[in-house]
Design a protein around this ligand. Structure first.
Ligand code: ADP
Ligand code: ZN
Ligand code: ZN
Length: 735
């Protein structure tokens, strides 16, 4: 009877409306009607809100509201599938840790495609499959025989031979369909593949099977396995610090295997799918259909389908970039963060979350093991995680010797020794990688007559020449204009080009080394268009000889067998940014590039051109001395209270009028300083996208307390900010 009585009481849902405005903060109560179906924490509702309707997420259920029942609105609709409750909780944590709002944080964990308009409550339509390609025996024969193949076809087959399987989108679906028609590859839908064998062929030093672990790998894996089910979260966090090529991925694979065997799921975070097709391929090859891959090449629809496969438990491993940390797995036993030093784990929009920190939080929620890995780990991770070491490369090959080339007084982009080394590569018919972390043809143009420099009209930076396309571009706001033939101020036709970028370097190498050493370029310009990155990487891998030229993309975790020479140009470029991570970045860049070199029998070497051969990060990277670097770096950080010894929070105020930005920053300074944190600034930043900027940097030991003070200060300025057209962005843990 009592139960019956209770059921007459209205059931209340506490709902966070998903609006972008900071001023509106829920939750708000809504009255549920029984016939509206199952509603629980995480259910997505369409609710009336003011004079509009909006999506909202149920944060809690209640039997009573502070408002009388007749004053409560009812939801318009219930939109399955909802968000798992643990992700609702995680969103709350993110909102607090990154000084955002619950609504913005919740938008990170919604099912893909859930938007206010045109809801998609149609889970019955059959999902369109994601295609996976694998090489057939005929395909392998064609690759090594006399069969006629285009370059693109050869590259695709080569990539499949290397990886066993690949997502069709990554290699070009059209190309693969033609190869499928000829019987050279097999295309099958992911999750419903015709065969779930790991890989069709294995050649060279790759293998199908699961390799026997080295003793270092075994020790590391055993530590991880012993932690599955450990009570204290502190005992379940690991840093796999292994030199490049030491077999970290194999440890991840076997840890995932053990997690699955224990009946739990795993998340594998990778920096960027397009740049790490090999890693993704290895997970798919090992685990087949139960792997869901989230990558930028997926349509909204495909993304939704992968999300559902994870939500329903059909897929139990999720591989993807930072957003994969929100994979809706019911029981996460392991979270892997591959290449944990990579900057792409930080999200640039609000909430400015760091997927590495979110991974740690999520692993605590689930009692999961956190396994981060890198050859160049962050000082933060070395201090906060239990370190496991892989000291040697798998086949016992040494790391390549690194030679520093002092560029002071050398007025050429290539040092004479670099030229000689490249000539040797050409003579030997092997491969080289040349890294120059700057896109375009030249850094800036100036007039020889009057000194005019071509600047961006919106930003205080020089425009970069992109010669092939014939335009100047701003690398900050994307502004473009036609390349000038004469000076707009004095009419002189003597326009000087300064500095070199990957585009001019490509040309220079072509001119110097001719056809015998094909040049492949990898950067954001050359890679425009889906699948192009993977294609360039596959073409370079398949070519018998060549030079890969590009930005830091060339130094990511690629595993090429036969690179005999690595060259870093302008290695101190990253040091010239006024940033406490400058040394760390420079060390990682040189070390990671060296990591691509000498993985084959012939060995290899590395040349580092620099104006600062004595810089600590460069000198230590040349000696492969990660421990030495970390020791010094940690001492500096401790002395300056930088992470991990303190928290940094960056606040940037921007407005069309410099005075407005400065005023708001000054006011924020005054409001935050009493909290006890150190507040540095306001300091001017260069004008960006037509807005002047003023920056505060806050250093503190008590993170949450300071974040609350910052949040309160921003709220206190809100009206002023809106009135004056100032934008305020708060970035905890800036990169
Ligand atoms: P890392 O991720 O540390 O750079 P990888 O996992 O890419 O290194 O391993 C380098 C190469 O060694 C890969 O080709 C991998 O297949 C191979 N490998 C890894 N572990 C073993 C092992 N125990 N025995 C033989 N080969 C291995
Ligand atoms: Zn001029
Ligand atoms: Zn600009």
């Amino acid at each position: 009877m009592h139960a019956n009585l209770a059921s007459h009481r209205p059931l209340i849902a506490r709902v966070e409306p998903l609006t972008r405005t900071r001023a509106v903060r829920g939750p708000f109560d809504y009255r549920l009607r029984p016939e509206q179906g199952e509603v629980s924490v995480g259910t997505v509702l369409r609710v009336p809100f003011g004079r509009q309707t909006t999506l909202g997420v149920v944060l809690a259920l209640a039997t009573e509201s502070a408002l009388a029942p007749e004053r409560l609105s009812e939801p318009d609709a219930v939109l399955p599938p909802g968000v798992p409750p643990d992700l609702v909780e995680l969103a709350g944590w993110i909102a607090e840790q990154y000084c955002s709002t619950p609504a913005r944080a919740l938008s990170l964990v919604l099912p893909p495609g859930a938007t206010g308009r045109g809801n998609r409550s149609r889970p019955t339509r059959p999902p369109r499959p994601v295609l996976v390609a694998s090489l057939t025996e005929a395909g392998a024969a064609a690759l090594h025989g006399a069969e006629r193949l285009t370059d693109g076809q050869r590259a695709a087959l080569g990539a499949l031979e290397r990886d066993g399987q690949a997502l069709a989108g990554a290699l070009g679906t059209a190309t693969l369909r033609r190869l499928d028609a000829r019987g050279l590859v097999e295309l099958s839908p992911l999750g419903r593949s015709r065969s779930s064998r790991p890989s069709v062929v294995a050649v060279g030093r790759r293998f199908d099977g699961i390799p026997e672990l080295t003793s270092d790998q075994r020790v590391a894996l055993e530590a991880v396995l012993a932690a599955i089910g450990a009570g204290d979260p502190g005992d379940r966090r690991f840093l796999l610090h292994g030199v490049t090529g030491s077999g970290k991925t194999e440890v991840y694979l076997q840890a995932v295997q053990a997690t699955l065997a224990a009946g739990r799921g795993a998340i594998v975070l990778v920096p960027e799918i397009a740049l790490t097709p090999q890693t993704v391929g290895r997970f798919q090859a090992r685990f087949g259909d139960i792997v869901a891959v989230l990558h930028s090449g997926l349509s909204q629809r495909e993304r939704h389908d992968e999300w559902l496969r994870l939500r329903t438990g059909e897929a139990r491993v999720c591989v993807g970039p930072r957003s994969a940390v929100f994979a809706p797995l019911a029981d996460v036993g392991l979270i892997v963060v591959d290449e944990e030093h990579d900057g792409s784990y930080k999200h640039e929009g609000d909430p400015r979350y760091d997927a590495r920190a979110v991974a740690q939080r999520r692993s605590e929620q689930h009692g999961a093991v956190l396994l981060a890995g890198s050859a160049t780990p962050r000082p933060e991770s070395v201090v906060t995680l239990t370190r496991l070491r892989l000291a040697d490369r798998i086949d016992g090959r040494p790391l390549p010797p690194v030679e520093l080339l002092d560029m002071r007084g050398v007025h050429h982009s290539l040092h004479p020794r670099t030229r000689m080394a490249l000539a040797d590569v050409r003579a030997a018919g092997t491969k080289a990688i040349v890294l120059l972390n700057r896109r375009g043809w030249s850094n800036f143009l100036s007039c020889r007559g009057c000194g005019h420099v071509w600047m961006c009209p919106n930003c205080e930076v020089a425009l970069v020449l992109h010669r092939a396309q014939g335009f100047l571009a701003c690398h900050h706001c994307g502004h473009r204009r036609r390349a000038p033939t004469r000076c707009e101020d004095c009419g002189s036709v003597a326009v000087a080009r300064h500095g070199a970028g990957t585009e001019s370097l490509e040309q220079e190498l072509r001119d110097a080394f001719g056809d015998e050493l094909p040049v492949f370029r990898l950067d954001a310009d050359a890679a425009a268009g889906k699948g192009r990155l993977a294609q360039t990487l596959a073409r370079f891998e398949a070519a018998p000889a060549g030079v890969l030229v590009g930005t830091q993309m060339v130094a990511k975790g690629h595993d090429f067998a036969d690179v005999a020479l690595g060259v870093v140009l302008d290695a101190d470029q990253t040091l010239r940014f006024p940033d406490f991570r400058a040394e760390e970045r420079t060390f990682a860049l040189v070390t990671q590039l060296a990591g691509r070199v000498g993985r084959g029998e012939a060995g290899g070497r590395v040349l580092v051109q620099t104006l600062a051969p004595d810089a600590r990060s460069i000198a230590l990277a040349a000696r492969h001395d990660a421990d030495g670097f970390l020791a010094v770096e940690l001492r500096c950080r401790e002395a300056l209270e930088y992470p991990p010894y303190g928290t940094l929070i960056r606040i940037v105020c921007a407005s069309p009028d410099a005075a407005d930005a400065l005023d708001v920053a000054t006011r924020l300074h005054g409001l935050i300083a009493p909290s006890g944190a150190t507040v540095l600034g306001p300091a001017p930043l260069f004008r960006l996208r037509g807005r002047s900027r003023s920056q505060l940097v806050i250093k503190c030991r008590d993170r949450l307390r300071t974040l609350r003070a910052v949040g309160a200060a921003v709220d206190a300025c809100a009206a002023d900010v809106v009135r004056r057209g100032v934008s305020v962005s708060v970035d905890p843990d800036p990169q």
